[in-house]
Ligand binder design. Structure first.
Ligand code: UDX
Length: 437
């Protein structure tokens, strides 16, 4: 099929590439000409395992191309996916101005002679946005243009986006016409994944409700971790015990510094705002958010209790990405910790396997020292903080680490190390919801 993806950011680029990999002919559009030029030259703007190879492979066989022109990308497309940013406003509501602009731009290009088009909303949007997109297109394109709007939310995780897209748990398609539903089902046929067919509103809600529920699981286990800390229980064992119940599952019950990234913080806020606007305040989610915001502050308080003052003390931070396998630092707890430590006068050195480039412009101006080698980063440090769950950190050579640190004190904000191993190596080890050793 001929597909067009508008917006070559994280979601648009990975989705378009995976559609091409599945055999479709895909045109990715972006209004940033520098980005389009770079993509044409094989320069990929984000780090995502496996993505670069897939882009190059599909460009080479002519199934994937990039342009900044809607005039070029729309006429032949059977389905047009909108994957533009939907950032939060100050009050937590969703800024839909990019969506609105793209809807207008599509309308300006479409003509009746181009035939029936399915316009697919991939961006995460508040319920009822599909209706607004349809109204906007009719308003600007005129009634003769034949189209339907469909909601098709994405559930990809950064760091494993390619795998999530190629082997999805489920595909959600929200459409109000069978004709549009059939087109989307044809798009997804090669994926051999279960498809849930819904109305547009339900599909829109599924996305916000799913992400908010995952965030809730994380805040839940972090609240349990607090109780564990007060009682000497071990949150990892508690998570294992409750996770063995299939109705609960162990996934997303990893206690730590809380969730970050471009999705959970924004989507929880948005769902809170949407439900308030609808007159049904979702107080449970307000609590989820509050627990998450407190989580790294509580961790810092424990560090303050241990060091008394931070001023002039060398503190190493391992982990700047908001989670492992990505260079994304949006809403990263590691970045927040560095900023707070510097504000209190600590001498901070930081490292990350992939996110040094993205973090530098934010942290270098405030004096954070970037060190490529994780052991050199910890050299002479009084404390080492682990802020991201990278496997490199979990598998650190403790002998080597012990020989470079000034004090062998570790504050593990992601519970990735084994207290027994640390104890054997004479480290003082603090983690989240587990007894310190
Ligand atoms: C998330 C959803 O998983 C995905 O389905 C959606 O489409 C986009 O948002 P992503 O933001 O890429 O994906 O990362 P995810 O792996 O979900 O992790 C989010 C944050 O939660 C990270 O900061 C991670 O460290 C944290 N986390 C995750 C925990 O603290 N504990 C856990 O058990 C799991």
């Amino acid at each position: 099929m001929k597909l067009t993806i508008i917006g070559s950011g994280y979601v648009g680029l990975t989705t378009g590439t995976c559609f091409a990999e599945m055999g479709h002919h895909v045109t990715c559009v972006d209004n940033n000409e520098t980005k389009v030029k770079a993509l044409r030259e094989g320069i990929i703007p984000i780090y995502e395992p496996g993505l670069e190879d897939l882009i190059k492979k599909n460009v080479a066989v002519g199934k994937l191309k990039f342009t900044s022109s809607l005039q070029e990308a729309l006429p032949e497309a059977e389905a047009i996916f909108i994957a533009v940013p939907t950032p939060p406003n100050e009050d937590g509501s969703v800024d839909l101005s990019f969506m609105e602009r793209v809807a207008r731009e599509i309308a300006e290009v479409l003509t009746p002679s181009m035939g029936y088009k399915v316009i697919v909303d991939k961006s995460t949007v508040p319920v009822k946005t599909g209706e607004k997109v349809a109204q906007t297109i009719t308003h600007y394109a005129g009634k003769e243009v034949e189209f339907d709007v469909v909601s098709n939310p994405e559930f990809l995780r950064e760091g494993c986006a390619v795998d999530d897209l190629l082997h999805p748990d489920r595909i959600v398609i929200g459409a109000n016409s069978q004709r549009a539903m059939d087109v989307l089902k044809q798009v997804y046929r090669p994926f051999h994944a279960p498809i849930l067919e819904t109305d547009i509103e339900s599909a829109e809600l599924i996305k916000h409700a799913a992400n908010s529920f995952l965030a809730l699981k994380i805040s839940y286990i972090n609240a349990v971790a607090r109780v564990c800390e007060k009682t000497g229980a071990d949150v990892e064992l508690v998570a294992e015990g409750i996770g063995m119940d299939k109705r609960i599952s162990r996934h997303f019950l990893n206690a730590g510094l809380g969730y970050g990234g471009s999705c959970f913080p924004k989507d929880v806020k948005a769902f809170i705002s949407i439900s308030r606007q609808l007159g049904e305040p979702f107080l449970l989610l307000e609590e989820v958010e509050r627990i998450n915001e407190e989580q790294h502050e509580r961790f810092l308080n424990r560090l303050r209790d241990r060091l008394w003052v931070f001023r002039d003390k060398k503190i190493a931070v391992w982990g700047l990405a908001f989670k492992q396998n990505t260079d994304d630092i949006r809403e990263s707890i590691g970045i927040k910790l560095c900023q707070k430590l510097v504000a209190e006068g600590a001498i901070v050195s930081a490292t990350d396997p992939k996110a040094m480039g993205t973090a530098r412009p934010i942290l270098e101006p405030i004096g954070v020292n970037f060190v490529d080698d994780m052991y050199e980063c910890a050299r002479d440090a009084e404390v080492l903080i682990i802020a991201t769950e990278w496997a490199d950190f979990a598998n650190a050579d403790l002998q080597k680490l012990s020989s470079v640190m000034r004090n062998r004190i570790i504050f593990d904000g992601r519970n990735i190390m084994s207290p027994d191993n640390l104890k054997t190596m004479n480290f003082e080890y603090h983690s989240v919801g587990r007894p310190s050793v």
